[in-house]
Structures are given as structure tokens and as C-alpha cells.
Write a protein that binds this ligand. Structure first.
Ligand code: ADP
Ligand code: ZN
Length: 733
């Protein structure tokens, strides 16, 4: 006899961080309560993985009915705050917009830690007073170390006494030590909005007041904080951060990863008493787990992070700042191809909060939005220090270039020497890593290229090898030409930063020179140390790639020399002019920030090019006016919408054939034009041949929906073939 009828089966959808179209159904075991947003462990195939209970897709879109008996059960629920409705909506929105399976976007929110739910309680030990059954020297050391009576974490006690953790365990068993549960380490300390309030300049005060008013209004609004380099944008948006703190709400500060320097953290600490929680690839998994939980529990007030911080589960987000909003690093170029600045605006819209985009050289998209009044512009026209933003002086390489085999023009060399003699620092900017971008045989003309990419191998002299910057392939520098076998015939062509260092050493033998590029051994930590050394004046000449252009503040830097201003122009990339203008303007802005007037020189073969003219005239508006008009005229973003499709495969013919079949299957539309396929400028990468298609539509057209429809009907990519979808592409390679 049955006393109770069986409880009805409860079935929920769980989105898994994998590339499948929709959520999977799972059974909820008896006695377990789950709600949408909960993080759970579920079986998938032979393993258990994390997923998120997903709302509102009770029956999968395919309409297949599932036999509840065949469903697997949720294994357990994590004791962590659920992803809230805002974050779930953001994940859905991004999946929709980027035409990516939602599980892949969920992955961005979960992948920091395999176990976000385990609030790691720590066990501490202290002396309990008993006698050990047996005394050893290790046990004696441990007892001595704990003689002060204080509680220590188990591992710390072991480390202090120089014994292994098993010795600690032994004494616990003997009753000599007792265990105490310690609270988990806090993810971050609480900042104080009134710790050290600055005296703002009038323009700063006005902008700050506008920002604080929107934070208090708790409504969606986009501000463009537009100020020349050194105008004090950071100090200004810190006031908005303080407002959010006073209201008890959280702030997310997004920065290009490399701009998250010690300098920035120190500045934050000077203003608010403690450093913010940091979120980027150099933060340990353990620490990230703590921050994840702290953010979800509302204990972390401010996160300063790289683009993935956008997916943190803030419990009460009140403000988002996007510093250096124009930076191309905000675009994720693999996996889910999202633009963190644009998605920050989306997140702010969902949450109904303000977002501040800060830049001295706004992106064309943002500038157009500000001109149309969709974004509110707040202007800081002058440097806080009162010094001028340096004018850029052109050096015409056709008339006053350096002698053969040299890259620094005599005039620039002279100015550098004078600057360093006067105790100032000089920066040479060249966006080329390594020693020489090309190695050539002088006997047969052979150029050494990567076996699996369509790119030249770059010589790295420190590492004594040739490297491919696309795929990482490396080989020792050969002693003879691989083609004609002539010995000692290979010559490096063109300059990289390492080669400039050699030239600086011969021009200025007493100067202390330092190369800064992503090749620096030791990663982000080492880079931070070097940046610190430069700030302290321990370096005379900095030779850097674009790494040095990003938001660093070098107080002693008096002169900037751009070695090859033309590098980025003329690749048929619609953003080439914008990128060059932004990069060179930012680099020049590094000079003369504290109390020295800065100078900047541009070495160019094209002094008449409009980008160079605008830089030399210091006329930012002229550049924007011209570029915006040109984009509108040519139907380029933001006056049209683009989606790039890259078809690749190990067989060139198959890849091309698939690209053609794809083009042929594009749905007819009055609004959409599909261009291509054409061989990509980077025709071969990692052994894969690449072909590009470009879909163009009017600005207000739902291009994502069109692409989704198209991909639903398109022939399947089989074998090694792959199709990558890139909405709003930044790269055209
Ligand atoms: P931006 O971000 O606009 O390039 P910063 O915020 O880095 O400019 O400011 C430039 C310099 O001026 C920094 O050294 C900063 O500490 C200083 N500064 C800016 N505003 C103030 C202020 N109100 N009081 C004191 N120093 C300030
Ligand atoms: Zn390669």
C-alpha cells in the first residue's frame, strides 16, 4: 500500500558551458530546491560539469519531447549566489547578438574557477595544552612556533615551524593542538569614498557633478568623458565611483589589461584607502574564486578588470567605467567575439545604471554617438598640470631620413641626446616586436617564411631565433640560406624594437635603454616592474611597442619619437586611419605630463597624409570631421553594419568551395549585400587556408537575425572546415 502518491517529476533546463544551441533538461532529485540562475553540477557524458539552471525554455526549440525516465539528475547545487536576472539577460543578449551558442557565453561567466561555490573555510590551529605521546624535533619546533598562543592557518603553522602539514595533523590527533575554523579570507577590503578627496579643477568639478548626479538618479545613461591626455579623467570618474560607494552600490572599472598597472592601483588606494579587487589573467584562480563569490555576495565594492570582468555576478551594480574606451583590446577576437565596451553599454542598459566611456581619442562609433546626442559628452579640455599636449613635429624621411641601415633620423637623434643630457627621458615608439621583421638571402633573394602561415618569420636576437607572430613557430637562425645553401648570406631587413636598442646604444653609449614589448620574459609582473622603474627615472630611453601607449603616466618623459608613423596605414583596413590617429596621439600624449613641456616627432614618408596633417596641426576635430564624413560617404561603420565570415580549412580548394557555397546560400534581402568570398589578407594561419565574406546592411537592420537565419540554411561545414562569425568586425585580416 502506498501512503503517499509519488511526487511529480520535476524537470528543469540547465545551460551548460559548451557549444550547443540550447539548454538541456535534468531531473531535480527529491529534497533539492533549485531556481533559475542557480549554479549546479550535472552529469554530461562521462563527467560532471557546472551549469546554470536556465529560465524560460521549458521545452527545447526543436520541440522534441523527452522521456523523464531517460533524464539524468542534477548531482548537487553549489552554495553560491545564483546568477541574477540581469546577468542571465546579458548572456542571452550577447549570444543573440554575436550569433554564438548561449553556453559559450555562459562559459565566460563561469570559467574563472572550477568550483565557484566552495567558500573555502580555512582551518586554523592553536595550542590546546596536552602532552604529545612521543616527542620529535619536528614536533618540538612546531610547539615552540605556536607557543605565543595565537591561531594560525594549518599551512602557515607548518611553514613557520619548517615542518610538513602531517606533523600538524599528528599533534591534533594527540590533542596537543586544537582546530579552529577561520573565516574565509576577504576578497577585497572596503574602500572609503571620503578617504582623500582631491581638489578638482573647475572643468573636472563640473564633469564630476554631472556623473554623480546620474549615479544618484540610478538610471541608464552613457557619458563620454572626453579629455586630453593628462586632463585628470581618472580623478574625475573616481568621484562617480565615490558616489556609487556612498549609495552602497558596486562599480566595475574596465581597462585594457595592460593598463591595469601598479600605478593605477596605487592611485585608487590614495583616493579610497585600499586597492580595488583586480580581475585579469595574471590573478590566480584561487583569488578569482574569492572575488567571484565576494562580488556575488555584495562584499566587493569595486572591481578593476580586463574585459572578462564584464561577466562577474555583481549583486548590486551601480556604475560601469570603461577607461580608454577606444582601445582595440576590448574586442575579443576568438571564441565569443564580443566588444567589451559595447557590451558594457548593454549591461548598463539592462541594469538601468550609468556607464562612463573615457578617452582622449574616442572611437569613431562613440564620437558619432556623442555628436548625435545619444551619449552625453563631458569635456576636460586642458591638462591638469597646465602643460600643453605636445605638438607633433614631422620628420620627412624622404628629405632628412637616416643613413642606410639606420632608423633614427639625425634630427631625432640630436633631440634625444639633448633631452637625456638635460635629465629627461625619451621614448622611441615602434610597433614591431623583435629585431627585424624579415630575413632575406642576399645571394638568391629568398625570404624566410613560416611553414604554416602566410607571414615572414621575425628575428628575435635575444632569443636567437626566428619566430612566427601568427602561430608561435620558432627555429634557430640558420647559418646558411635554406634555399640556395649559401653560407652567411642571410641579412635582417627592417627594424624591430631590439634593433633600435642597438642603434640607441651606438648613438648614446651612456644612456640606459630599456625595450618594452610583450616579449619581455616574466609576463605582466615583470612588465609592471619595468614600468615602475621607468616612472622612478631609472631608464633614460624607453623603446616600446604599443604596450607603452596605453594609459601609463611617466612623469619624467619629455620626448617621444615615432620611428615609423606609416606602419599602420594602407592595408585596405577601414579602421587604419582611426587606429593610426589614436595610437600616435596617445603615444605623443605620454610626453610632458608632470611639469615638463613635452615634444614629439613623427618620422614619416607621407607628411601630406590627412592623418599626419591632423596630428601635426594638433587638430583633433579636423580628423574626426574628415573621417566621419568619409565613413558616411563610403557606407562604412557606424553608418552601416558589417558581419565578417571567415571560412578556413586545411585544404585550400575545399575551403574556397565552401566559402562559395556559403555565399550562394545567403538569403535574399533588399537590405543585405554579401561581398566575397576573397582570399583573406592573412591567407594561411596555422596551416589553415582562409577566405573571407563580408555581409553589409543598413545601420538599423537586425544583421544578427539575418546571419542566424543564413547559418540555419547554409551547407554544413564538414571535416576540417570551420566558419567563424564576427559581428562588427574590428580586424579585416
Ligand atoms: P588622464 O587620465 O586624463 O590622462 P590623469 O587622470 O592621469 O589624466 O591625470 C593626470 C595627472 O594629473 C595625474 O598625475 C593626476 O594624479 C593629476 N591630477 C589630475 N587631477 C587632479 C586633481 N584634481 N588633484 C591633484 N592631481 C590631479
Ligand atoms: Zn606561423
Amino acid at each position: 500500500m502506498e501512503l503517499f502518491p509519488p511526487a511529480p517529476e520535476r524537470i528543469v533546463d540547465v545551460l551548460l558551458p559548451v557549444a550547443i544551441g540550447s539548454a538541456y533538461s535534468y531531473r531535480v532529485p527529491e529534497g533539492m530546491e533549485v531556481a533559475p540562475g542557480d549554479i549546479v553540477v550535472v552529469p554530461l557524458g562521462t563527467r560532471n560539469i557546472l551549469g546554470c539552471v536556465w529560465p524560460g525554455e521549458a521545452s527545447p526549440a526543436t520541440g522534441r519531447t523527452v522521456d523523464p525516465k531517460k533524464l539524468k539528475s542534477i548531482v548537487r547545487r553549489y552554495e553560491v549566489a545564483p546568477l541574477n536576472a540581469d546577468l542571465i539577460e546579458l548572456i542571452r543578449w550577447i549570444a543573440d547578438y554575436t550569433v554564438t551558442p548561449p553556453g559559450m557565453v555562459l562559459r565566460l561567466a563561469l570559467r574563472h574557477d572550477e568550483s565557484p561555490g566552495v567558500a573555502r573555510e580555512r582551518t586554523g590551529v592553536r595550542l590546546a595544552g596536552g602532552e604529545p605521546q612521543r616527542m620529535t624535533s619536528a614536533r618540538a619546533r612546531l610547539i615552540a612556533a605556536l607557543a605565543d598562543g595565537f591561531t594560525r592557518a594549518k599551512t602557515e603553522a607548518a611553514r613557520e615551524a619548517g615542518v610538513s602539514v602531517s606533523v600538524v595533523d599528528g599533534l591534533i590527533d594527540d590533542g596537543v593542538l586544537e582546530t579552529v575554523v577561520l573565516p574565509p579570507e576577504p576578497a577585497a577590503e572596503t574602500p572609503d569614498p571620503d578617504h582623500a578627496r582631491p581638489d578638482l579643477a573647475p572643468a573636472q568639478a563640473e564633469a564630476a557633478a554631472a556623473l554623480c548626479a546620474t549615479v544618484e538618479a540610478r538610471a541608464f545613461k552613457v557619458h563620454l568623458l572626453d579629455g586630453v591626455t593628462g586632463s585628470g579623467k581618472t580623478e574625475t570618474y573616481f568621484e562617480a565611483v565615490a558616489s556609487a560607494m556612498r549609495a552602497g552600490r558596486q562599480t566595475l572599472i574596465l581597462m585594457p589589461e595592460i593598463a591595469l598597472t601598479k600605478g593605477f592601483l596605487d592611485r585608487f588606494a590614495r583616493r579610497f584607502g585600499v586597492v580595488p579587487a583586480e580581475w585579469h589573467s595574471a590573478v590566480s584562480t584561487k583569488k578569482r574564486g574569492r572575488i567571484f563569490r565576494g562580488v556575488a555576495a555584495g562584499e566587493v565594492s569595486v572591481v578593476a578588470g580586463a574585459r572578462s570582468a564584464l561577466f562577474l555576478p555583481f549583486s548590486d551594480l551601480g556604475l560601469i567605467i570603461v577607461d580608454e574606451e577606444h582601445d582595440p583590446a576590448y574586442k575579443q577576437e576568438e571564441g565569443v567575439r564580443y566588444h567589451a565596451r559595447d557590451m558594457a553599454v548593454v549591461r548598463a542598459h539592462i541594469a538601468g545604471i550609468p556607464v562612463v566611456l573615457a578617452s582622449a581619442t574616442p572611437s569613431i562609433e562613440t564620437e558619432v554617438n556623442a555628436r548625435r546626442g545619444r551619449y552625453q559628452r563631458l569635456n576636460l579640455p586642458e591638462r591638469f598640470s597646465g602643460t600643453r599636449v605636445p605638438r607633433l613635429e614631422p620628420i620627412d624621411l624622404r628629405r632628412e631620413g637616416p643613413p642606410r641601415g639606420r632608423w633614427i633620423a639625425p634630427r631625432l637623434a640630436e633631440e634625444m641626446a639633448r633631452t637625456v643630457e638635460a635629465g629627461g627621458q625619451a621614448l622611441l615608439f615602434l610597433n614591431r616586436r623583435g629585431y627585424a621583421p624579415l630575413t632575406l638571402c642576399r645571394a638568391c633573394g629568398h625570404r624566410i617564411r613560416c611553414p604554416s602561415c602566410s607571414s615572414w618569420l621575425v628575428e628575435h636576437r635575444f632569443r636567437r631565433r626566428l619566430e612566427c607572430h601568427q602561430c608561435g613557430y620558432a627555429m634557430p637562425v640558420p647559418s646558411e640560406c635554406p634555399n640556395c645553401h649559401e653560407p652567411n648570406s642571410l641579412i635582417p631587413c627592417g627594424p624591430g624594437v631590439e634593433r633600435l636598442q642597438e642603434e640607441v646604444a651606438s648613438l648614446m653609449p651612456n644612456a640606459r635603454a630599456q625595450v618594452l614589448s610583450s616579449d619581455l620574459a616574466g609576463g605582466v609582473e615583470r612588465l609592471r616592474l619595468e614600468l615602475d622603474a621607468i616612472t622612478k627615472g631609472e631608464v633614460d630611453v624607453v623603446i616600446g611597442t604599443q604596450l607603452v601607449a596605453k594609459g601609463h603616466n611617466f612623469p619624467g618623459l619629455a620626448l617621444v619619437g615615432v620611428v615609423d608613423a606609416d606602419v599602420g596605414l594602407g592595408y585596405g583596413d577601414p579602421r587604419a586611419a582611426e587606429r593610426t590617429f589614436q595610437l600616435l596621439h596617445q603615444v605623443a600624449g605620454r610626453a610632458g605630463r608632470a611639469n615638463v613641456e613635452g615634444r614629439a616627432f613623427l618620422q614619416t614618408y607621407m607628411p601630406e597624409h590627412p592623418v599626419m596633417q591632423a596630428l601635426v596641426a594638433g587638430d583633433r576635430d579636423a580628423f574626426y570631421d574628415r573621417e566621419i564624413a568619409a565613413r558616411e560617404e563610403a557606407g562604412l561603420p557606424p553608418f552601416a553594419r558589417f558581419c565578417a565570415l571567415v571560412v578556413s580549412g586545411t585544404d585550400a580548394h575545399a575551403a574556397q568551395a565552401h566559402a562559395r557555397a556559403l555565399a550562394a546560400s545567403s538569403p535574399r534581402s533588399e537590405d543585405v549585400r554579401v561581398l566575397g568570398p576573397a582570399e583573406a589578407p592573412l591567407a594561411l594561419v596555422r596551416g589553415r587556408h582562409r577566405f573571407r565574406l563580408l555581409a553589409r546592411a543598413p545601420r538599423n537592420f537586425d544583421l544578427s537575425a539575418y546571419i542566424r537565419d543564413w547559418m540555419g540554411k547554409a551547407p554544413r561545414a564538414t571535416g576540417s572546415l570551420r566558419v567563424e562569425i564576427d559581428i562588427d568586425p574590428q580586424s579585416f585580416l
